[in-house]
Design a protein around this ligand. Structure first.
Ligand code: PMP
Length: 413
């Protein structure tokens, strides 16, 4: 008998398991709409031309492979901060940034920090959400109660804004954490309007909540990097950006978790950043050293390649404008296949209303298909997507969209 033999075998995380199953499938018309990764019109991984140029530039520099500082490269973190907050706001001294192991590492570090130093009673997580939010907070903060706030109304297939506000109003306590998706909400593809964000900010102030923004899709909601950072900049300016605000009138702080996996196509390079915002008159320096200490224990220091790529692109005028074009290319191709799928479903008369597919934004469509329908799509039609009905649209192209629409028709009719 051993403690180890008592541990049950756990299932693999769903999106990774789907990819494995898809790879083993020998059916020629199979379609992968599972993992949230961008694919080009041929459904192949896309190396962004700006990233390719940066790689070639870096290769010619014959750089060494020394350790980075524990907090990562300062010049990288500065550019990451500028991109998110705008260069003007990013100069303020109440934002401190560290380099992380992609968006997951940023979320995990934020959770670890909160569990250890903020010690909230509850963390509020959107229902539904990226499933890793649950696992991250469960493992990093087992003493923090995970509570769901309503986000999606299946009847109207739109944001359940009243439900969200009512839950925060009635259940959130001072110092609790609320996780907000900065844009292109995963999995629903539905974001609050500016007016709704303003209301959410009001609740955050009133209840003195600690916000953790998760920004994994900057550029994917609208194709415009600034427009997609609106909510973060609004929260920063109204809650933390005014030096005349007394500390008693501001929340304790805010984290922003930033991923470069999607908008640079650097998935496997694991590059991201975590930004800590403190009230205007409070220095982030003490908290920053605690973040650095947690990083030291976890990874000693982060990795080089992704940081070099992102920094090179963001600081070179020509590469940067090439990259902004690349982001638009990805956002608009996804928007294109989104509309073709909707039209195709309507044209062939698939039962039901498909307007929501066209209304949703970002990388995904929350189709409204049931678990059994999703299962049948996989087993009968070799079309792979998440059990909750989330479809990663970039797996569609001009050649397979009709096939996918027919498969959906078959399972809903
Ligand atoms: N947050 C959300 C909402 C996501 O969808 C993702 C990617 N699936 C991430 C964070 C983190 O991704 P990564 O660790 O690859 O940067």
């Amino acid at each position: 008998h051993s403690i180890l033999s008592d541990l049950p075998i756990l299932p693999l995380a769903e999106s990774f398991a789907l990819t494995e199953a898809y790879n083993l499938d020998t059916f020629p018309e199979k379609v992968n709409l599972g993992q949230g990764v961008y694919r080009d019109e041929e459904c192949q991984p896309w190396i962004l031309p700006s990233v390719r140029s940066a790689e070639e530039f870096l290769h010619r520099q014959h750089l060494n492979h020394e350790y980075l500082p524990i907090q990562g490269a300062a010049q990288f973190s500065k550019e990451a901060r500028n991109l998110l907050f705008s260069p003007q706001l990013a100069q303020n001294e109440n934002i401190a940034s560290v380099q992380t192991v992609a968006g997951t590492g940023a979320n995990h570090l934020a959770a670890l920090f909160c569990a250890r130093y903020l010690r909230p009673k509850n963390v509020f997580i959107s229902d539904p959400t990226w499933d890793n939010h649950h696992l991250i907070w469960e493992t990093a903060g087992p003493d923090i109660k995970r509570k769901l706030y309503p986000y999606y109304d299946p009847l109207t297939r739109s944001l359940d804004f009243d439900g969200m506000i009512a839950e925060l109003e009635s259940s959130a306590e001072e110092n609790d954490v609320v996780i907000l998706h900065a844009c292109a909400h995963n999995p629903t593809g539905i974001d609050p309007t500016h007016r709704q964000w303003e209301k959410i900010a009001e609740i955050v102030v009133k209840k003195r909540l600690f916000v953790v923004f998760d920004s994994a899709y900057q550029g994917f909601a609208s194709g415009d990097l600034d427009a997609d950072a609106w909510a973060i900049r609004y929260f920063y300016s109204t809650l933390f950006g005014d030096a005349s605000l007394p500390t008693s009138a501001t929340p304790a702080g805010m984290f922003v978790c930033q991923s470069f996996s999607k908008n640079f196509g650097l998935y496997g390079e694991r590059i991201g950043a975590l930004h800590l915002v403190t009230p205007p008159s409070v220095s982030p320096q003490g908290a920053y050293t605690h973040l650095v200490r947690l990083i030291r224990a976890e990874i000693s220091c982060p990795s080089l390649f992704g940081e070099r790529c992102v920094h090179t692109i963001l600081t070179d005028l020509e590469l940067r404008s090439k990259w902004e074009e690349d982001v638009k290319t990805m956002a608009s191709r996804i928007q294109g296949v989104r509309m073709s799928l909707k039209l195709e479903l309507e044209n062939i008369g698939a039962q039901g209303n498909w307007d929501h597919i066209g209304r949703q934004i970002g990388m995904f469509s929350y189709t409204g298909l049931s678990k059994t329908q999703v299962q049948r799509l996989k087993e009968v039609h070799h079309v792979y997507m998440l059990e909750n009905g989330r479809m990663s649209l970039s797996g569609l192209n001009g050649k397979n969209v009709a096939y996918v629409a027919r498969a959906i028709k078959e399972v809903v009719d």
